[in-house]
Design a protein around this ligand. Structure first.
Ligand SMILES: [Zn+2]
Length: 325
């Protein structure tokens, strides 16, 4: 049972994927509707003949349609967040005898518009995304009109700007859901700590070329502290599109059973050990030329966060190093 907790943590990615699709669907539907009406508005005018009044009308249509779309999306995201948190918490609760339902206080915190997500509140993250989205579409419209482009071309540019921003929106939605998953996981871990077999947490990243520098360096690092006392930089997600997770370290057991890599599941090893076995082309691609050269000279070590003099840093010093990367 002890090992299954660590395994469950690592396998929850699959469970989580089930929730990604309905959320992405909500986004697609909300934005499709808004865009249809924005395009219709843009099509009413011939590009070269836009009057100031018509341009303003189109700009207002963009603002109000996106306002509605994002306003409707917010409660959907809150509902998805609560569903993710409940499912994840229950999957841990089913394994060990802890409170069977996630506490109301935790759920309320997870769906609260003030929930902290990578330095943004839930509400800010949605609003910032909306503002960027609106600006991009307005710029596409205004520059098309300024260039005297055809209406068809203006509509095409608006569509392209929209596609790019919906992609960004999906990344942010994913981040919001991931934060909800992590919050529920940490609540479950805090409950399990009371049973006394978790004595720390190990950062587990993905062994491929997309893992970020901070996550490469914290990979396989274990901090022996209760989850509520872990330093902020150690908690995941650490950045947008972060795929690292914290696996509970179970007393008297040294091994996480397996790791995901581009080659599929592989035996437990750190990112640094795995990286050493990769081709020079791959290594250069991940590190960039400058760091690759330092790496070959042994002056840049993955996993130890060696400073310029090659001295090993304590975990407390890592935070400062990472700030300066
Ligand atoms: Zn990461």
């Amino acid at each position: 049972m002890v090992n299954s907790i660590a395994q469950l943590g690592l396998m929850q990615e699959t469970l989580f994927e089930l929730y990604k699709s309905p959320a992405v669907n909500d986004v697609e539907l909300a934005m499709q509707d808004a865009m249809k009406r924005i395009e219709l508005k843009a099509l009413q005018f011939d590009g070269s003949d836009y009057t100031k009044r018509q341009l303003n009308e189109a700009r207002n249509a963009i603002a109000s349609e996106l306002d509605i779309a994002y306003k409707n999306l917010f409660p959907d995201l809150q509902a998805e967040s609560a569903a993710v948190a409940t499912t994840i918490y229950n999957s841990y609760a089913g394994l060990v005898s802890i409170n069977k339902t996630i506490s109301k206080a935790v759920l309320e915190e997870i769906i609260s518009s003030n929930q902290n997500i990578l330095g943004y509140t839930f509400k800010e993250l949605v609003n910032v995304t909306k503002d960027d989205h609106e600006r991009a579409i307005r710029v596409a419209l205004a520059s098309g009109v300024a260039d005297g482009s055809s209406t068809a071309k203006i509509v095409r540019n608006i569509k392209d700007a929209n596609t790019r921003n919906v992609k960004q929106l999906n990344t942010n939605v994913y981040t919001i859901l991931k934060q909800s998953r992590e919050n529920a996981t940490y609540s479950a871990y805090a409950e399990m700590e009371k049973l006394d077999f978790i004595d720390g947490y190990t950062s587990i990243g993905v062994l491929d070329g997309r893992t970020s520098e901070i996550c490469r360096n914290l990979d396989n690092v274990t901090i022996y502290k209760p989850v509520r006392e872990l330093p902020g930089y150690f908690l995941t997600p650490r950045h947008f599109s972060c795929r690292s997770k914290l696996a509970p370290h179970i007393e008297d057991s040294e091994e996480v059973p397996f790791r995901s890599s581009i080659e599929g599941q592989v035996a437990n090893q750190s990112y640094g050990q795995w990286f050493k076995t990769q081709s020079p082309a791959f290594q250069k691609n991940v590190l960039g030329n400058k760091k690759y050269n330092l790496y070959k000279q042994g002056r840049y070590t993955i996993g130890s966060l060696a400073d310029a003099k090659g001295k090993k840093l304590s975990i407390e010093q890592i935070n400062d190093v990472l700030k300066n990367l």
